[in-house]
Unconditional design. Structure first.
Length: 777
């Protein structure tokens, strides 16, 4: 190896690479004790861009309105280039539009229709996209001829794509098209087969470039560029063909095969055109012979020998590329050996079953097997047969089959033995199995599982609930396994609805397993009804409907409705029609509701077990307005200042106001007068009214009543009540039959003697009642 080349861990390092000497293809060969493989080819190319020749360029003379092409002629180079043009001086670059176009294929500048503003010097700028090196050509002067203006003419397509252009799968394809003409031609594109363009296709540079990203099979076909102006049109056509480099569909894998066996290796690849295949062994072309054949990429080697071992490579290639798949073939030759695949020391089976004794030593080629029971050679019978893999099968096992079975394996390289002890046991049987049960929530039960089994075998009990293993630690509050050594009874305490389902008792030994299942039905109170809706609402009624919930294995007997308002304490049982809602009815009318109150409703189902959980609340609804029905209570009064009549009452709570615009009508009249004096109190929270008039005599008796109203109309009045007008300041003690007056002196003529003392006590009859009046002097 020359001093300029060095290897670092398989990597090739070139010192001072030279374009002339080092350009070319390289391949890596990797070799070890198993063989040799080669890498795919790596091509080394040097990107460069030389300078333009310094000679001056000729002046280009055209008529105004004529089209022109200014040639670039890039210098010698390697690698992809990009092109631009300077107009007169740097950095004034030519701006491309519908009239001017710079081809990135040729580098030329195309002007469809020359104008007076185009006169000047044009310089081609070439840039290497690999090295970013840039060189400038000599300026090309463009001048106008003096022999007149060019007339109109049809488009002449100067930039067009090849008639056939191969495009790689996944690549970005760019088709250029530009025409000279007067007027300036318009460029349009279409597919020759009439199919519409896919959304990914882009038109760039004023339709001068058609760009197809991520090229696929469906993008292949004929494309047309149409250049058109008022004088005519021209069409350029080209065909895009699809190709794909080979891509692996099936790789080869390392294999280890015994001598005298056969190898079949298949590698498959996709690509367009369809790939061809060839094979290498240890980096060299595989030599074919009678026992080594290749067909459609598949390699077959029959009657293998140790010399066939090595590193193999399948190569799939078409004209666009090639790929490698590598694997090792190891051909082995050895005497039988049980060390890696020993026979089972002990096999336990039950009477009447079938058993297979394996005999699979590692041997190349595969060993031939024979069997002994003790010292007696085993012969095939209607119950005993030899398997193709060397094993022994015994059907309908009996106690007489107990013993030590020895497999003798042999090939041309040697012999080896392996043994298995066969033990035959009685089958396990469940003698008391769980049975289907029907219980209620809260009860406790035992599901029995008792067995009869061979005393030589250990036994385990496992319970499954609805297919899931029962965890007695996690679910210990409900589940407990009880019973003796031959019993695995399951106790379930405080049964809940979630315990309804299928229970399986699984009994296992080293030899066999048996199981028994039972269904447990748990009956409980119903689940909540669903989808409670208010279908119709009036001022005092609501029509409800709902859907049946789960009955939890006990049919629903009845439903009840509960209601809640902002004024109630929690949920209250509602009055319904029908009064008793049977379990098959899913509608009811709630009655005796208060008008103009927001309600929520829920439904509770009941069965023989009891009442269930309530449903989710319905949406909130408000009853319609109505005339108030409840007059104020506790109407009374008295006291106040001189010349005042004070009337009081208990305010009506909001839930009884029956609508908006609620207020009070206060009516009063002196005792013995026919006509009532009425006034309105508009505030629903006001509990009193004071009537002031100088004509009111102290301690005059009035009849008083208070009514109600809202926007729907007037409601009833309270019963008439007697109220005294003020007598100076009056205090009402706890005993409502006693009145105390302060801060004035007066005479009382009640048929009793008047004393001018501090207090006077008189008794008199008023409205069939006797009052004691204490007057403080």
């Amino acid at each position: 190896m020359e001093y300029r080349y060095k290897l670092h861990g398989g990597n090739l390092v070139l010192i001072n690479p030279d374009r002339n000497r080092d350009t070319g293809s390289y391949q890596c060969f990797a070799t070890n004790s198993l063989g040799t493989i080669v890498s795919r080819e790596a091509k080394l190319q040097f990107a460069y861009l030389e300078n333009f020749k310094t000679k001056m360029r000729s002046t280009v003379s055209v008529r105004e309105g004529q089209g022109v092409v200014l040639l670039c002629g890039p210098p010698p180079h390697s690698g992809e280039l990009s092109y631009a043009w300077i107009f007169n001086e740097y950095p004034s670059f030519v701006e491309e539009d519908s009239r001017r176009f710079v081809s990135q294929e040729t580098g030329h500048l195309y002007i469809a229709k020359v104008e007076t503003s185009d006169v000047g010097n044009y310089t081609c700028v070439v840039t290497s996209t690999v090295t970013n090196a840039r060189v400038l050509g000599s300026p090309t002067p463009l001048v106008l001829r003096s022999d007149g203006v060019m007339g109109e003419y049809e488009p002449k397509i100067e930039v067009q794509f090849p008639e056939t252009l191969p495009a790689a799968k996944g690549s970005t394809v760019k088709l250029e098209c530009f025409a000279l003409g007067n007027p300036v031609p318009q460029i349009n594109w279409r597919r020759s087969d009439g199919l519409p363009f896919s959304n990914k296709i882009k038109l760039r540079k004023f339709s001068g470039v058609l760009e197809i990203p991520n090229f696929q099979q469906e993008d292949a076909g004929s494309y047309e560029c149409i250049a058109e102006n008022s004088r005519g049109k021209n069409v350029a056509r080209g065909r895009l063909t699809y190709y794909a480099k080979p891509h692996w569909v099936q790789l080869i894998r390392d294999v280890e095969i015994a001598v005298e066996d056969s190898l079949y290796w298949e590698c498959r690849a996709s690509g367009k055109p369809k790939p061809s295949y060839r094979w290498l062994k240890n980096g060299e072309a595989l030599a074919l012979e009678e026992r080594i054949q290749i067909e459609n990429g598949a390699l077959t080697i029959s009657n293998l020998n140790v010399t066939d071992s090595g590193m193999f490579q399948c190569i799939a290639e078409n004209k666009h590329g090639l790929i490698y798949s590598s694997a090792e073939l190891k051909v082995v030759a050895s005497a039988p050996d049980f060390s890696k695949t020993p026979m089972k020391k002990l096999i336990q089976v039950q009477v009447g079953s079938e058993v297979s004794l394996d005999c699979k030593p590692r041997a190349s080629p595969r060993a031939l097997s024979s069997w002994k029971k003790g010292d007696v050679l085993v012969q095939e019978t209607d119950r005993i047969s030899f398997l193709k893999d060397g094993g022994l099968k015994i059907a309908n096992v009996t106690k007489a089959d107990v013993g030590i079975y020895t497999c003798i394996a042999e090939n041309q390289f040697g012999k080896a033995n392996g043994s298995t002890h066969l033990v035959v046991t009685e089958p396990t049987r469940i003698i008391l199995a769980p049975s289907n049960m029907d219980v209620s929530v809260g009860e406790s039960i035992i599901l029995p599982c008792q067995v009869q089994h061979d005393p030589l075998l250990d036994i385990t009990f496992t319970w499954y609930f609805n297919g899931a293993l029962t965890d007695f630690k996690k679910d210990g509050s409900h589940f407990e396994k009880v019973g003796g050594s031959s019993s695995g009874d399951l106790m379930i305490r405080n049964i809940q609805l979630k315990h309804s389902g299928r229970y399986v008792c699984m009994v296992q030994t080293e030899v066999d397993s048996v199981s028994s299942a039972a269904d447990l039905i748990v009956r409980g109170s119903p689940g909540p009804p669903e989808n409670v809706k208010v279908d119709e609402i009036t001022d005092t009624t609501a029509q409800l409907s709902w859907k049946e919930g789960t009955d939890n294995h006990s049919p629903v007997i009845s439903y009840s409705v509960q209601a809640r308002t902002p004024f109630s304490v929690g949920w209250q049982t509602a009055t319904t029609v029908p009064e008793v809602i049977d379990g098959k009815t899913h509608t009811a009318t709630v009655v005796e509701l208060n008008p103009w109150v927001e309600y929520e409703f829920r439904v509770v189902a009941s069965n023989k077990i009891g009442g269930g959980e309530p449903s989710l609340p319905s949406e909130k609804v408000r009853t319609e307005e109505a005339v108030p029905e409840v007059p104020p209570s506790e109407v009374s009064g008295g006291g106040g200042s001189r010349s005042e009549l004070v009337i009081t009452w208990d305010v009506i709570p909001e839930e009884l106001q029956n609508g908006e615009g609620f207020g009070y009508v206060v009516a009063f009249r002196p005792l013995g007068v026919t006509n009532w004096i009425q006034t309105v109190v508009t505030s629903p929270d006001t509990p009193r009214y004071v009537f002031r008039n100088d004509s009111i005599l102290p301690f005059s008796l009035y009849e008083v009543k208070v009514g109600v109203y809202n926007n729907k109309g007037e409601g009833p009045f309270s019963p008439v009540t007697a109220v005294f007008s003020a007598l100076c300041q009056m205090i009402l003690p706890n005993d409502k039959s006693v009145y105390i007056f302060r801060a004035c002196k007066f005479k009382v003529r009640l048929g009793c003697t008047v004393w001018y003392i501090r207090y006077i006590k008189c008794s008199f009859d008023l409205m069939f009642s006797t009052y004691d009046v204490f007057i403080k002097m």
